[in-house]
Design a binder for this molecule. Structure first.
Ligand code: ZN
Length: 256
């Protein structure tokens, strides 16, 4: 056992020598994999309490446990609660883009780890975690689903079971880039379905949806609607990053 562990350590050191860990934002060398360099780290903005009990958006003042924001009261979302780890800007954007477009699946465990704290209350309640699916066209071209990668590691770290293949994307939606909130909603409307064998896993269950970025919430809302239609008792949403403010149309993310 000792020898095996020693060999694994030596193997890890050799790999580190061959592929020294780099900052996922600026590519500077760092001491340990999955860490940001000292320059980039302060630019990662975490969501902190107090926040809206429904939307997870921060309050300037503490309004007490369970307080709900005017936005959530005016437009109650189709999901029950949403939480995110960090603001979608600076290093967070670089990490998501690395994960999505540059095959940096090695980042997924680190991003998932940062999702545990904001997702704590959601994970306690969840029967299973479910990734937002990609359409198979996009899956084929990208070879992996970044949301499924995050969900796999959130499940491993939290011990909440992972269920994949429950939701399917039946239409290949155009990227959400540059669309208004209403256009985004229309774009994903009817895009998801619960697959036949998944129906038994939805009725009466508390489901935690996992996605990489919460932009306007159109994608996760479309998923939540179809899950609720099949009797889900609760649908919560946990994402790594979240776009704040009204500048989502200018963001490069397509949330798909
Ligand atoms: Zn850096």
């Amino acid at each position: 056992m000792q020898i095996k562990r020693g060999a694994m350590w030596a193997g890890a050191q050799a790999l580190r020598f061959l592929f020294p860990p780099t900052c996922p934002s600026c590519q500077a060398m760092v001491a340990a994999p999955g860490t940001l360099c000292a320059e980039c780290w302060p630019h990662l903005r975490f969501f902190e309490k107090p926040w809206c009990a429904v939307l997870g958006t921060p309050f300037e003042f503490d309004m007490g446990e369970g307080a709900i924001s005017p936005a959530a009261i005016a437009n109650p979302p189709d999901f029950d609660r949403a939480r995110s780890a960090v603001y979608y800007s600076g290093p967070a954007r670089d990490m998501i883009r690395g994960l999505k477009y540059h095959d940096r699946t090695d980042l997924a465990p680190w991003l998932a780890n940062w999702m545990l704290r904001p997702g704590e209350e959601l994970l306690i309640d969840a029967d299973h975690v479910v990734p937002v699916p990609l359409h198979w066209h996009r899956f084929v071209s990208r070879r992996f689903n970044q949301s499924a990668e995050l969900a796999r590691h959130v499940s491993r770290l939290s011990k909440v079971p992972l269920t994949t293949g429950l939701l399917a994307r039946r239409k290949s939606t155009s990227p959400q880039v540059g669309l208004t909130a209403q256009q985004r909603k229309d774009n994903v409307s009817g895009a998801f379905q619960v697959k036949g064998k998944g129906k038994a896993l939805v009725a009466g269950k508390k489901i935690l949806l996992i996605d990489d970025v919460f932009t306007t919430g159109a994608t996760v809302s479309a998923c939540a609607r179809v899950l609720k239609r099949h009797g889900a008792a609760r649908v919560d949403v946990l994402t790594f990053a979240r776009v704040m403010g009204d500048d989502f149309a200018a963001q490069e993310t397509d949330a798909i």
